[in-house]
Design a binder for this molecule. Structure first.
Ligand SMILES: NC(=O)C1=CN([C@@H]2O[C@H](COP(=O)(O)OP(=O)(O)OC[C@H]3O[C@@H](n4cnc5c(N)ncnc54)[C@H](OP(=O)(O)O)[C@@H]3O)[C@@H](O)[C@H]2O)C=CC1
Ligand SMILES: O=C(O)C1=N[C@H](C(=O)O)C[C@H](O)C1
Length: 256
């Protein structure tokens, strides 16, 4: 199998630590450097605070980014400019940022994978919800995460709403005259669907999609109880990004 050289950005983070272990445990992956803005990572590879300096010294084949929304966007753009293929788990990118990165990847004929959720069960939950939304017009998404999470709604919830939007007629849900007596009570509104974000210590990553119709509801739920649940998706993304020449947004687009 082709050897793939990898740089990880955010190696001290909750996801970054798991990704470092995955790369070390995978025979055809080689960790050649990490990017850590505080230079605190204790690893037997060079630690850089600056992505450009890192790539100028030795560019990897693939950058795995697991940082924060602003940093992740900057890293992804810089990677593409340096001919490095990004695999991005970082969430919170805007639609405009995704469009800009797609254009850049295409202009460079480079693979780039941005996956709001690397867990296979979460991808199935999103796909099953999309299937169900063909038959149920009313959808409420409840995403539940640990209280250290920076972005709300979660990338997974936004992606779920976007996938559902592809198949359902736009609809403002609830009573036409409904009023929030407490601001935010109805959550975020995406094309008339509502997303509710729960943040609690003890949680990891969970999402429940509730669909309603006359006399019935359908609930589709996924739970990640451990961040190891995301790693098979990271692995398949690293292998796949080497064969792509465009940006793919969402793991569902690369799974058979
Ligand atoms: N796609 C998926 O399946 C999943 C995606 N995620 C997403 O991944 C991202 C990371 O999540 P998580 O690991 O929980 O978050 P953490 O806060 O645990 O990790 C982020 C890490 O990035 C570091 N960091 C911040 N700025 C920089 C920078 N400029 N250069 C290098 N490192 C930097 C932080 O360091 P410090 O804290 O010292 O500032 C921290 O160690 C989030 O966007 C989250 O939503 C999470 C789980 C699954
Ligand atoms: O921050 C997290 O933890 C997670 N973030 C991703 C998201 O925003 O959807 C994926 C997963 O839900 C965990």
């Amino acid at each position: 199998m082709e050897q793939i050289n990898i740089t990880i950005a955010g190696p001290r983070g909750r996801m970054g630590k798991e990704a470092v272990q995955l790369v070390k445990d995978t025979e055809h992956f080689t960790l050649i450097s990490v990017i850590d803005h505080k230079k605190e990572a204790e690893l037997d590879v060079p630690v850089y605070t600056d992505i450009e300096e890192c790539f100028q010294d030795e560019a990897p084949h693939v950058l795995i980014d697991l940082t924060t929304p602003e940093v992740g966007y900057h890293h992804t753009k810089t990677a593409l400019e340096y001919g490095v293929r990004p695999v991005v788990g970082t969430t919170g990118f805007s639609r405009d940022e995704l469009e800009e990165l797609k254009e850049l990847a295409e202009s460079k004929s480079l693979g780039c994978i941005i996956a709001p959720n690397f867990a296979i069960g979460a991808v199935l939950m999103m796909k099953f919800s999309q299937m169900a939304a063909k038959y149920f017009d009313d959808v409420e998404i409840i995403e539940l995460h640990h209280d250290r999470k920076l972005d709300a709604p979660s990338g997974t919830a936004v992606k779920t709403a976007e996938m559902i939007r592809e198949v359902r007629q736009s609809k403002e849900q609830g009573h036409p005259d409904e009023k929030e007596t407490h601001s935010g009570a109805r959550g975020a509104n995406v094309d008339g669907m509502h997303i509710h974000s729960v943040r609690l210590p003890g949680l990891i990553a969970h999402q429940q999609v509730m669909l309603g119709a006359e006399g019935q509801t359908l609930t589709i739920r996924h739970d990640s109880f451990h961040r190891g649940s995301f790693m098979s998706g990271v692995k398949v993304s690293v292998d796949t990004v080497m064969k792509l020449d465009t940006l793919v947004y969402g793991l569902e687009n690369i799974l058979d």
